[in-house]
Design a protein around this ligand. Structure first.
Ligand SMILES: [Zn+2]
Length: 109
């Protein structure tokens, strides 16, 4: 198992809208056993982001932004020192406005 954490949702439909009914979070203790405490916290916080319907955001890998908790790769979050939700709201030349975890949650809720 090469994943550190996984979140799966049960989805329900009311009318033409989809809702998350529940979420199952799994943390791979074998994979993260050698992580520092803050890195383990980052994995758990990332999965909780999925629980509230944030998706992986790999814009950082493509464009260098946004630097967010929802980057899908532990190695990238570790290199950036990210283990909590990030607030990002800025203009990136050639890309436009980029937003962070906090802005994503505020947009959804
Ligand atoms: Zn993820």
């Amino acid at each position: 198992m090469d994943w550190s954490g996984k979140t799966n949702h049960t989805v329900g439909v009311i009318g033409n809208k989809y809702y998350y009914i529940n979420a199952l979070v799994r943390i791979n203790q074998y994979h993260i056993g050698s992580y520092a405490s803050w890195q383990k916290q980052g994995v758990i916080a990332h999965e909780l982001g999925h629980v509230i319907a944030l998706d992986d955001d790999n814009g950082y890998l493509l464009y260098g932004d946004p630097k967010v908790l929802m980057i899908g790769y532990d190695s990238q979050r570790h290199s950036l020192g990210i283990y909590t939700p990030q607030s990002v709201n800025k203009y990136v030349s050639g890309l436009g406005y980029v937003y962070g975890d906090v802005e994503g949650a505020n947009y959804l809720y």
